[in-house]
Every structure is written in structure tokens, then in C-alpha cells.
Design a protein around this ligand. Structure first.
Ligand SMILES: [Zn+2]
Length: 399
């Protein structure tokens, strides 16, 4: 592709730049595909540029605030998504800023577009990094959208947008740590809890964007459904299955939907019955757990196993109920203090917790006993944000 523009503009397109010839105040840019592409795009701007490891960010030099985060996400995507989901077949991955006349991002192969309104101007803290998260989402479409192009039918879009949000959780966890991942995942969960329309909601495998609330079902519930399947399968089995699935459909004439994904992943599941239970509930039904701590008390006892400093132990006895409709294994933790993560996104010094796992079906309630070698201050259901649920904040109390 050859594009001619005024000399002060940089012109970026898909593939690799092979020539840029200046003549009479205008420059002609030649872009060639170094590997087959499904979609081509063109962006032109008067940008500054920062380069990473086979990556680059083209941005407005007037606001460089989040370029570090964006570049870290692009570099992280090339390294980790390639390891988890299969090799990146193109040479470069670029991100181009456009003005806030629109507020979206689009992750076309090799050349992402991204509005200044969706990350370049966001306030970034170590525990909450929207610029990183949006970049991780758009970069994930290199794999989930372009290397793998899902079918244009019910359940297909989950393999693009849900998979991109799931990839974002993984990359945040890998590069920024669990606090950033939990922050992103629980915001996504709260959004789904608020904006879903349960009376009208279809299972993920039947969802394609026709209903007003489908956006949150596709992005938020979709991302969480893959996250829960990864918890069930274990990381290595999940990634082996995902790589196999993408390789199987990358060059195939057909385009897969969720049923193809489930069929491709199942042989990699170490526990097929457990896999079926998660896939059935989250892809083929509409269920949601909702946990409550019905009662909880702690008492101090001297000596015994697990004694803390001074030989003291505490025991927490609690009853946890699921008033929702899903059956999932769920962790319950007695924690030494309220704030597990500090403002730096790291676990605070001296934080400790003791955990137990319960399996709670719809309407079930069970007792849990936790022996703590410290004075527990909080009881928290699902401290690591592993299970999508309604009203998460209500499933945590002060002891
Ligand atoms: Zn997307």
C-alpha cells in the first residue's frame, strides 16, 4: 500500500514500512504485509514516538503521562500472549493515538488505534492502571480476533471480546501483580452486576450483541468465564488447550464459536467432570452465585498447633451461604487486617491470612472453621477474585 501525505505527518498502516520517499513537501509511505492480514487500516498524525521490544507508541507529545504503561502492556503482550496463546506472526506491534472525537480502541493486526480518551489521560496508580488494561485488551485482539477470527454468530464474539478481557486479567497479574488484576476484575464484575438484565440474559453461547445488556455479558461475564475455566483446568493445561485451539482454526476455512472452543479445550482438562461443570454453568446456562457470611465469631485459645507469637491462637467459626444459582468451589479467608494491598500495589507488610475451600451449591450454607496463628480482623469470601459473583462487598465482614 502506498499513501502520500503532507511531510509533517507520519502515516502508519498494517504490516511493515518498506519505504518513505519525500518529494515536493509530500512523503509517500509504502507499507507491505509481512504475514497475511484479515483487515487493513491507515492512521496519520503528528506524533511523538516511543519504541519498545518490537513495539511502538505514536502519541501526542502534549500528554506523555501514560506512555510508559501503554508501552509496558505492548511489550508484555508480545512476550506473554505469545507464550500463552502461540507465536505472534508479524514483525511489529504499533499503537496510534487519535483525538477524543471518539472514545474507542481497535486492535487491528500490527497497528492498533486508540483514543486519547480511553487511557492516555487516565489517572494511573500502581494498583489501578487503566492505560495498561485498555492496551492489554486491544493487544489481545492480535490473537483473539486476528490470528483467530471467531465466527460471526451466537457465542463467536465472546472469543474476541471476552477473551481479550480475560487476557487483560492474565497480563495485569503477570506484569503488574495480583492487586492490579483484582482491581480490574472486580470493577468488571461490579459493572456486570449493575448493568445486566437477568430476566432477558441468554447464556454466553447464545449471545451475539442483540440485547441492550449484551455488552457487559460479552466483555465482563465473558472475561470472567474464561478466568474461571483457567482456575478449574490449571494454567498449563489451559494454555496448552488455547494454543491448540488457535493453531487448529488459524488457517482453517471455518470460524469457531464457543462450542468449538469447549470441544478443543476439553481433552486438555485434567478433571473432565469438573471442566464440564464450569463450562456448562458459565457458557451454556445463566447462573450467578451470591455469597453471604451468615454469622461469624472468633475466640482466643492458648497454645496448640499453629500457635502465633506468645503461643496464642484464634479460631474463627463462620457460616457461609450461597443465595445465588451457581455451584462453585469458593475460598474463605480469615485475614490479619483490612487492607491487603498498599497504595504501591504490593501486599502490606505483616498481612497474613488462613483459608479454606467450600463448595456451595444454590441455596446451600456451610460452616467453616479457621485456626489462625494471628488475631484475625476480617473474614473475606474469594479473596483472590476467582469466582464471578453478585454483591462481592457483602461477602466480607469485620471480625
Ligand atoms: Zn475489544
Amino acid at each position: 500500500m502506498r499513501i502520500t501525505a503532507p511531510a509533517e505527518y507520519t502515516v502508519n498502516s498494517t504490516g511493515v514500512l518498506t519505504a518513505a520517499a519525500l518529494r515536493g513537501g509530500r512523503r509517500t509511505w509504502t507499507w507491505e504485509s509481512d504475514y497475511p492480514l484479515r483487515v487493513i487500516n491507515v492512521a496519520a498524525g503528528r506524533w511523538a514516538v516511543r519504541r519498545g521490544q518490537g513495539t511502538a507508541v505514536y502519541y501526542d507529545p502534549g500528554h506523555p503521562y501514560n506512555v510508559d504503561s501503554i508501552l509496558a502492556a505492548l511489550d508484555g503482550a508480545r512476550r506473554w500472549y505469545a507464550e500463552w496463546f502461540g507465536p505472534y506472526p508479524w514483525r511489529e506491534l504499533r499503537l496510534n493515538e487519535f483525538p477524543a472525537i471518539a472514545g474507542y480502541g481497535q486492535g487491528n493486526a500490527t497497528n492498533i488505534f486508540f483514543s486519547e480518551a480511553v487511557g492516555f489521560l487516565a489517572l494511573t496508580t500502581p494498583a489501578s492502571d487503566l492505560a495498561f488494561a485498555v492496551t492489554a485488551h486491544e493487544a489481545a485482539h492480535q490473537w483473539w480476533g486476528h490470528i483467530l477470527a471467531a465466527g460471526d454468530g451466537p457465542g463467536g464474539i465472546i472469543l474476541a471480546e471476552g477473551a481479550a478481557n480475560f487476557s487483560t486479567m492474565l497480563l495485569l497479574d503477570q506484569v503488574r501483580g495480583p492487586a492490579a488484576r483484582i482491581d480490574f476484575a472486580t470493577r468488571s464484575e461490579a459493572f456486570y452486576g449493575e448493568f445486566r438484565q437477568p430476566g432477558d440474559e441468554k447464556p454466553l453461547a447464545e449471545t451475539f450483541g442483540a440485547r441492550p445488556a449484551d455488552v457487559t455479558v460479552i466483555y465482563d461475564k465473558g472475561g470472567w468465564a474464561f478466568w474461571m475455566l483457567l482456575q478449574q483446568m490449571g494454567r498449563e493445561a489451559y494454555f496448552a488447550g488455547a494454543r491448540h485451539f488457535i493453531a487448529q482454526y488459524h488457517d482453517a476455512p471455518g470460524h469457531p464459536v464457543l462450542q468449538h472452543f469447549v470441544a478443543a479445550m476439553r481433552p486438555f482438562a485434567p478433571d473432565p467432570a469438573g471442566f464440564d461443570a464450569v463450562a456448562d454453568q458459565w457458557f451454556f446456562k445463566v447462573v450467578m452465585p451470591e455469597y453471604r457470611i451468615v454469622e461469624a465469631r472468633k475466640r482466643r485459645s492458648a497454645g496448640g498447633a499453629g500457635a502465633g507469637a506468645g503461643g496464642e491462637t484464634w479460631e474463627v467459626v463462620a457460616r457461609v451461604a450461597n443465595s445465588g444459582t451457581a455451584r462453585m468451589p469458593i475460598e474463605v479467608a480469615a485475614a490479619s487486617r483490612g487492607d491487603r494491598f498498599g497504595d504501591d500495589g504490593k501486599e502490606t507488610a505483616g498481612y497474613r491470612d488462613v483459608r479454606a475451600i467450600l463448595v456451595l451449591g444454590p441455596g446451600e450454607e456451610r460452616q467453616v472453621r479457621l485456626a489462625c496463628p494471628f488475631d484475625p480482623q476480617r473474614l473475606v469470601v474469594d479473596p483472590d477474585a476467582k469466582v464471578l459473583q453478585l454483591q462481592r462487598k457483602a461477602a466480607s465482614i469485620r471480625l
